[in-house]
Ligand binder design. Structure first.
Ligand code: NAP
Length: 244
């Protein structure tokens, strides 16, 4: 389901378009808000209709053009339906931000990680990003400079990371980084990168986190809009490459 909150005609290639998954709150909301303020027609991806509509309404009022798009990244039928809906609204997609993510309840210690908990986490954080990218690749390919930003985590870093907290989450982000690398090779016209936003004050990050949502969104928005198109297949934090 898409709902035009405002419409400035993004059937035209001159209007930059972006879909952000999990954009009803947290980092995703802030990325959507900033991209709308920068002139993008943003599609506010959310699995919860009420929350998604509210976020799109707020962003359209404050910042520019925003449209709610219903999408549950863990559900392939929902992703297929969302790609179909989006294709009816726009003739190209410039930016996809795979932001939706979870830390499952009970994700505390590797030897207590059940298959079910790991599967649930991978389904959203890793497969979710891959299936949304696969479904939208044809629409992205119609952009002059398609960009995919995968919101990863330093917890997925094998160099100096993997220190034991939320192991299923960290494994899912290591695997997401591998997805980034594979996609960057498979899609040479695209810029595909992973980002660590840092520790950010959101529902996931908690109130003690060191960064604001604006700081957490910065590198994601930069990669979505201003970074060189030739920058691809990298893992970044604070606009700089970091080790995998
Ligand atoms: P958040 O406030 O908990 O927001 C997560 C968003 O993802 C929500 O909109 C949530 O929707 C959505 N989501 C979860 N599962 C989904 C699904 N199956 N389909 C569609 N949407 C789904 O967390 P956040 O801190 O903004 O996190 C955003 C991204 O940054 C995540 O990928 C996270 O791993 C990454 N990250 C965060 C931090 C941090 O410190 N906060 C650090 C490193 C990386 P609902 O509202 O419906 O649940």
């Amino acid at each position: 389901m898409t709902e035009g909150v405002t419409n400035n005609g993004s059937g035209s290639p001159s209007v930059r378009t972006a879909l952000i998954t999990g954009a009803n709150k947290g980092i995703g909301y802030e990325v959507a808000r900033q991209l709308a303020a920068n002139g993008f027609h943003v599609f506010v991806g959310a699995r919860n209709r009420k929350a998604g509509r509210k976020a799109a309404d707020e962003i359209a009022t404050q910042a520019g053009t925003a449209t709610f798009l219903e999408i549950d990244v863990s559900d392939s039928n929902s992703v297929t339906a969302a790609a179909h809906e989006l294709g009816k609204s726009v003739d190209h997609l410039d930016v996809l931000v795979n932001n939706a993510g979870i830390i499952a309840d009970g994700d505390k210690a590797i030897l207590e990680t059940t298959d079910e908990l790991l599967r649930e986490t991978l389904e959203t954080n890793t497969l979710g990003a891959l299936r949304v990218t696969r479904a939208l690749a044809p629409l992205l390919a119609k952009s002059k400079a398609p960009r995919v930003v995968n919101v990863s985590s330093g917890g997925g870093q094998l160099t100096g990371g993997a220190d034991g907290w939320s192991p299923a989450y960290c494994i899912s982000k290591t695997a997401l980084n591998a997805v980034t690398s594979q996609l960057a090779t498979a899609l040479p016209k695209f810029a595909v990168n992973s980002v660590c936003p840092g520790w950010v004050r959101t529902e996931m990050g908690g109130s003690n986190a060191t960064r604001s949502v604006e700081e957490g969104a910065d590198t994601i928005v930069w990669l979505a809009s201003e970074a060189p198109q030739k920058l691809t297949g990298k893992f970044l934090r604070d606009r700089k490459e970091i080790p995998w």
